[in-house]
Design a binder for this molecule. Structure first.
Ligand SMILES: NC(=O)c1ccc[n+]([C@@H]2O[C@H](COP(=O)([O-])OP(=O)(O)OC[C@H]3O[C@@H](n4cnc5c(N)ncnc54)[C@H](OP(=O)(O)O)[C@@H]3O)[C@@H](O)[C@H]2O)c1
Length: 298
């Protein structure tokens, strides 16, 4: 089938497009820079600049991943606007396409993030948990609400509340590994904040699972069943790289350096993939040590 992918040139999107091709599907990738994107994608992928450009292709499914990177730089008012607009506008385009097509796609799998829940301390967080109201929550809530509008055109909508995606070549490990390799790694603040994580293979597996399972819709926590605290993550990464990780970054220094964005580093949610487990999704990587060992082995 033809699967339209926004953000297909990104860290998750590139691996998803490979998996789609391996399963005999054709990825239709929306990218602001098609030539650059093409060089990162399988040759079977068709790349165009906007969602509307694919109206003639009548995709059977849509995966919506595009958005301005959230963990880069301070959250100035301008940056916050970009974070929101870059997600809302393309999601609106996706819904518009669903409205216009004679045969709308059967399913839309749309990204959101663990940030939907805001700071939750150490309590277990399922899809039923009441979120904490803060910028991350408002951003994800608006993004999800836009995607859900596709339901009025008969489209099944599944939302992925994604945890930290781990693999080589991108995401948070691309930023932290060099620091840890220099022996300069350490916990952030008191290290008690939870960091729900997911291996990139499993997030791609979850997307494929939701594309296929016609009985599934609504929000899904997209992270491994064993979330860890920042202190545990720090120790596991130090072990995987065989380096000490004993230089903590104090909370006041992070707040000074990153302003409100430091909430991403200093707060978290012990997110559990309750609905994926109930639906019978099989994780390849359930434990952080196994995931990191596989990543650094390859
Ligand atoms: N990676 C994680 O740990 C993680 C965790 C939670 C949630 N998520 C969410 O999951 C989605 C996919 O993650 P990812 O790591 O694959 O993201 P990514 O590598 O940053 O890729 C996202 C893609 O979005 C497009 N994009 C970037 N800025 C944009 C803007 N201002 N306007 C329109 N499009 C823009 C880019 O495509 P072009 O340059 O080709 O247009 C980019 O390839 C993202 O929305 C992210 O917020 C990721």
């Amino acid at each position: 089938m033809k699967v339209l992918v926004t953000g297909g040139s990104g860290f998750v999107g590139q691996r998803l497009c490979q998996a789609l091709v391996e399963a005999d599907h054709i990825p239709l990738v929306v990218s602001r820079a098609p030539d650059k994107a093409r060089s990162r994608l399988p040759e079977q992928a068709l790349v165009r600049q906007s969602v509307a450009d694919f109206a003639d292709q009548s995709p059977s499914a849509i995966v919506n991943l595009a958005g301005e990177p959230i963990a880069e730089g301070r959250w100035t008012e301008k940056k916050k606007k970009e974070l929101l607009q870059s997600r809302i506008e393309i999601t609106r385009d996706v819904v518009k396409l669903c409205e216009q097509l004679e045969t709308p796609p059967a399913v839309l799998v749309s990204a959101s993030a663990v940030g939907y829940y805001g700071d939750q301390g150490s309590r277990d967080v399922t899809e039923q948990t009441t979120p904490h109201d803060e910028f991350g929550h408002r951003l994800c809530r608006a993004w999800e609400a836009e995607a859900v509008k596709a339901e009025s055109f008969g489209v099944r909508v599944a939302i992925l509340r994604i945890g930290l995606v781990l693999d080589a070549g991108g995401g948070m490990l691309a930023k932290t590994t060099p620091v840890f390799k220099l022996g300069l790694g350490g916990k952030l603040g008191d290290g008690k904040q939870y960091m729900p994580w997911v291996h990139r293979e499993d997030i791609v597996g979850m997307i494929m699972f939701l594309l296929e399972r016609e009985d599934l819709s609504g929000p899904f926590n997209a992270s491994a069943p064993n979330p860890v605290t920042n202190a545990e993550f720090t120790r596991a990464l130090g072990r995987a790289l065989n380096r000490p990780a004993i230089l903590p970054a104090p909370a006041p220094a992070l707040k000074l350096a990153f302003g409100e964005m430091s909430r991403l580093l200093l707060t978290g949610a012990k997110m559990l993939p309750r609905r994926f487990e109930e639906a019978g999704f099989r994780f390849r990587y359930e434990r952080l040590d196994e995931a990191l060992a596989a990543i650094f082995r390859s």
